[in-house]
Ligand binder design. Structure first.
Ligand SMILES: CC(=O)N[C@H]1[C@@H](OP(=O)(O)OP(=O)(O)OC[C@H]2O[C@@H](n3ccc(=O)[nH]c3=O)[C@H](O)[C@@H]2O)O[C@H](CO)[C@@H](O)[C@@H]1O
Ligand SMILES: C=C(OP(=O)(O)O)C(=O)O
Length: 431
């Protein structure tokens, strides 16, 4: 198992190229199941989740090729993907594939929409919460599918095709909105979706569906209207830059100090997080290349945040912001409203000497003057990178174990940070 070694205390200077968003790339790849033509996706990040999803899509019969792969690199080291679901050979997604990555459950929508049937294992319980799929099942039922749960599998059938309908989400759900858009794109007639997720990744997938021939109104808004079409065709689409990766590096600069340009980062996608980072004392400027983040001299100010669906503060940046607050000059409150168990980084941050008390969905952070490097363990994707942020400002050496969590969603993290002067190295295969 790889580990990452960091020696703290070095300011970050330079630029970091922001990759394509994992959370857009995955549903975009799944959208390839909607058409027998080729879907070309540019700016696909080189992260482990992409490789995992390629295995799942291959199982369904999707052929793919990758441009920009260097000889000898694994298939997940991708840039431009060409996906072709000409022949879907299997509409069933087995437990051993789906349990490894929650987003793989989303194949259910295009499979039932195009093939009239799908049988997909319930996704594995994830460390950050129970993460039910009741609202995704509700979507399929509202569009006329018959859904049964049998032996840990969700079986959805619509032998005569899906039929447009009205879907109101009682709670904002990203996966539920992806499911509704993909299913409604091929359903007969009109679908109205209310209280839809407005995350930029949802809009990115909707934009690609439109390029494929879907008829969608209201993209980026909580109310979406879809007029179903008989079939979708091939298209070419570039994945939106990863706002979570950009926000993470912005917080790393705010923590370690320095001056870094986040190339290709989209400021409009990060307003609430950038606002919190500036309140914490960093200077944010929008440049032609992306976002410039600086913090020199002055300490970190405490800021209270509460996670919320977009455009609120993203839950996927909560752990990173907590790491920043561990060195603030005072007390801050961090409230997690999306996932009930997304505080596993708290006990690992304590190993650096951070002072954090948990009270239900609120973490009370009392900033300390100095953090100390320590051996720590990554527990989930964003928790892992919060440990990296703490380590960058800690005195001495930190060893982050179980970095496979981090590799799910961060492309070449150690190269990007060391390119800006951080002392970060991967120790491959260490136990
Ligand atoms: C691959 C991907 O894009 N993952 C993102 C996606 O996850 P994901 O799409 O799984 O998250 P959702 O937006 O669906 O979850 C939001 C809330 O709704 C609840 N819920 C969801 C579905 C359902 O059927 N029933 C239900 O109760 C969840 O438990 C959670 O409390 O959005 C989350 C919220 O921004 C992000 O943290 C994840 O990084
Ligand atoms: C929680 C995340 O991903 P997933 O929904 O795939 O678990 C994430 O990207 O932070």
């Amino acid at each position: 198992m790889d580990r990452i070694r960091i020696v703290g205390g070095h300011a970050l200077e330079g630029s970091i190229a922001i990759s394509g968003a994992k959370n857009a790339a995955l549903p975009l790849m799944i959208a390839s199941l909607l058409t027998p033509d080729t879907l070309t996706l540019e700016n696909i990040p080189r992260v482990a989740d992409v490789g995992m999803l390629l295995q799942i899509l291959s199982h369904h019969g999707v052929d793919y090729s990758v441009d920009g792969r260097r000889p000898g690199e694994e298939p997940h080291a991708s840039r431009t993907l060409h996906l072709s679901a000409r022949n879907i050979v299997d509409t069933s997604a087995p437990y051993d594939l789906v349990a490894k990555m929650r987003a793989s459950f989303w194949v259910i929508a295009p499979l039932v929409a195009r093939m009239g049937e799908a049988r997909v294992s319930l996704p594995g319980g994830c460390a950050i919460g129970t993460r039910p799929v009741d609202l995704l099942i509700m979507v399929l039922e509202k569009l006329g599918a018959n859904v049964e749960i049998e032996s840990g599998y969700v079986r959805a059938t619509a032998k005569n095709g899906l039929i447009g309908g009205e879907i109101h989400f009682p709670k904002v759900t990203v996966g539920g909105t992806h499911t509704a858009l993909m299913a409604a794109a091929l359903a007969k007639g009109h679908t109205l979706i209310t209280n839809a997720a407005c995350e930029p990744e949802v809009a990115d997938v909707a934009d690609c569906l439109v390029k494929m021939g879907a008829r969608i109104k209201g993209i980026g808004q909580p109310t979406l209207e879809i007029e179903g079409v008989g079939s979708l065709h091939g298209a070419s689409h570039s994945v939106v830059p990863d706002r979570i990766e950009a926000g993470t590096y912005a917080m790393a600069v705010a923590m370690a100090g320095g001056d870094v340009v986040l190339e290709r980062a989209v400021p409009d996608h990060l307003e609430s997080a950038l606002d919190a980072i500036s309140q914490a004392g960093a200077t944010i400027t929008v440049t032609n290349q992306g976002i410039r983040v600086r913090r020199n001299g002055a300490g970190i100010s405490p800021v209270d945040i509460s996670t919320a669906p977009y455009p609120g503060f993203p839950t996927d940046l909560q752990a990173q912001f907590m790491a920043l607050m561990t060195k603030a000059k005072g007390k801050s409150r961090i409230t997690e409203t999306i996932f009930e168990n997304r505080f596993m980084h708290v006990q690992e941050l304590a190993r650096f000497g951070a002072q954090i008390k948990l009270d239900g969905d609120i973490a009370h952070v009392k900033g300390v003057a100095e953090l100390q490097g320590a051996p720590v363990m990554a527990t989930d994707l964003r928790a892992s990178v919060s440990l990296v942020i703490a380590a960058l400002a800690a005195r001495g050496e930190t060893m982050v174990n179980r970095v496979y969590h981090l590799d799910r969603g961060f492309e070449r993290l150690e190269q990007k940070l060391s390119g800006c002067g951080a002392v970060v190295e991967r120790i491959s295969g260490a136990s």
